[in-house]
Write a protein that binds this ligand. Structure first.
Ligand code: GAL
Length: 458
């Protein structure tokens, strides 16, 4: 009977007890909400410290620095290769000047060793990035990691920078062919602060003897990217594989169980039977990873989801930026929106970067304008005389990234430089192609020119 009474009191209570039950329920709900949404004092302090730090460092990064340089008047005698490149009657441009190894402006674009960034020599008190200057590793040698990318490895809490080792002679395989360096391999550097880099050696070497091997020194290995697969515990490297004439137009895959390699080369594929040249890999928050590559003779890009082990492409593929002729893709994500920086297709010569945005990585992607700010007009239309390689999220700073680019030196590719600059996402885009009830859809992506800059302390 008692049990019956209790049961019935629980389900058929009078008005007073019903009220008290709902008070209790509402209080519990309120407590849960408070725990979730009202941060504890120390959390609040930490969050506002980070927000303040983000605001300060964004403000510091967004200072617009001007550059003044004059194109020297055309000299009587020009470098014969530069004349040949342009044709005798053509107007001389600043890009010709940049590409001319005998130009008076050469030290401006490629400052000499005296100005090198030299962490081991300069000590840790500087930590300034100087875009375009030589950058020495901890052994005092110039960093060789071109067309590169950075992996932050959670297990070792270390940054790894992978890139092309181009430390060999530059030559032309054919009179009309592009300047090249034989495949030496993929270099890896490690760092805790993104400024001091230790050379960890060649983690995927070129092949000397087997002429038919994809990695034979006479071929092309460009733009290596490494991601970690949490399911298989493998580090997976994707790269552009080609022959000296760029007709193989494929991607290669290699794996290792350590970020330091050695990587084992698995195979080369033509994704979805399509040609693939400049490429990148993007690993999303949900662990899905994507291959993004220039295709159809660089006239468009393709986005393809990788298999769960990251060793192949799935059948899921979308064509994007069709007819826009973009290459050198660098993809990143901010607040559920995907962004990409690309270059135009002018070989080693610099050109205007473009930013693109999308709600889904599979597209549709929209072009939202040139992200380059500062320097001068020429700097802005040449991506500060460089070409996109990768975008690194700055850990602990929402909306702040490092734009990594290559300042190629086609007459001496081993002396190509790195242009690293702060990239921020926020504000209204310049060229919002689509309006949503009068509001631009996309945030602005900005890459700010700085002669010297450094990361926020800590
Ligand atoms: C660029 C490309 C580089 C390299 C170069 C060769 O367009 O981004 O990675 O392939 O052409 O000329």
């Amino acid at each position: 009977m008692r049990i019956k009474y209790r049961k019935s009191s629980a389900f058929h209570c009078n008005a007073g007890s019903r009220c008290s039950i709902s008070v209790v329920l509402w209080s519990i709900l309120a407590c849960i909400l408070m725990i979730h949404f009202i941060p504890l004092p120390h959390q609040k302090n930490e969050e506002s410290r980070l927000r303040l730090c983000d605001r300060l460092c964004t403000r510091e990064f967004e200072v617009v620095e001007e550059e003044n340089f004059r194109l020297p008047p055309p000299r009587g005698k020009r470098n014969p290769r530069a004349v040949k490149r342009r044709g005798p009657g053509k107007q001389h441009t600043v890009i010709d000047e940049f590409l001319d190894e005998s130009s008076d402006l050469r030290p401006f674009f490629f400052p000499d060793q005296k100005l090198a960034i030299w962490p081991a020599r300069d000590g840790n008190d500087s930590k300034y990035f100087y875009p375009g200057r030589l950058w020495m590793d901890t052994d005092g040698n110039p960093i060789q990691a071109h067309g590169g990318a950075i992996l932050f490895d959670e297990r070792t809490e270390t940054y790894y920078w992978y890139g092309e080792n181009k430390d060999g002679p530059t030559y032309h395989a054919h009179p009309k062919g592009t300047a090249r360096v034989d495949v030496i391999g993929v270099n890896c550097y490690s760092s805790k602060d993104l400024w001091t880099w230790k050379n960890e050696g060649v983690v995927l070497p070129g092949v000397e003897s087997n002429f038919t091997h994809d990695l034979h020194r006479s071929n092309v290995l460009e733009r290596p990217k490494v991601i970690y697969n949490d399911k298989t515990s493998n580090y997976v490297m994707w790269m552009h594989i080609d022959d000296a004439n760029y007709t193989k137009a494929s991607v290669g895959v290699a794996i290792s169980d350590s970020p330091l390699g050695p990587f084992t080369y698995l195979r080369r594929i033509r994704p979805h039977s399509c040609d693939s040249r400049d490429m990148t890999i993007f690993k999303d928050d949900d662990q899905n990873a994507y291959l993004i590559y220039s295709s159809d003779d660089n006239s468009e890009l393709h986005v393809s989801r990788l298999t769960d082990d990251y060793l192949d492409v799935t059948r899921e593929m979308q064509r994007i930026l069709i007819g826009q002729h973009r290459e050198a893709p660098a993809v990143f994500k901010h607040k559920a929106t995907y962004y990409m920086i690309t270059s135009g297709c002018t070989g080693w010569a610099p050109n205007r970067a473009m930013a693109h945005a999308a709600e889904s990585i599979m597209g549709p992607w929209e072009t939202i304008g040139n992200p380059c700010i500062g320097g001068n007009r020429v700097f802005r239309v040449t991506t500060f005389f460089s070409q996109s390689a990768f975008v690194v999220p700055l850990r602990g700073h929402s909306g702040v990234f490092i734009f990594m680019a290559d300042r190629w030196n086609p007459s001496e590719l081993r002396d190509s430089r790195y242009v690293w600059l702060p990239l921020t996402v926020g504000g209204v885009a310049d060229e919002p192609l689509e309006y949503n009830f009068g509001f631009p859809v996309w945030s602005k992506v900005s890459i700010f020119w700085h002669r010297r800059w450094r990361l926020p302390v800590g």
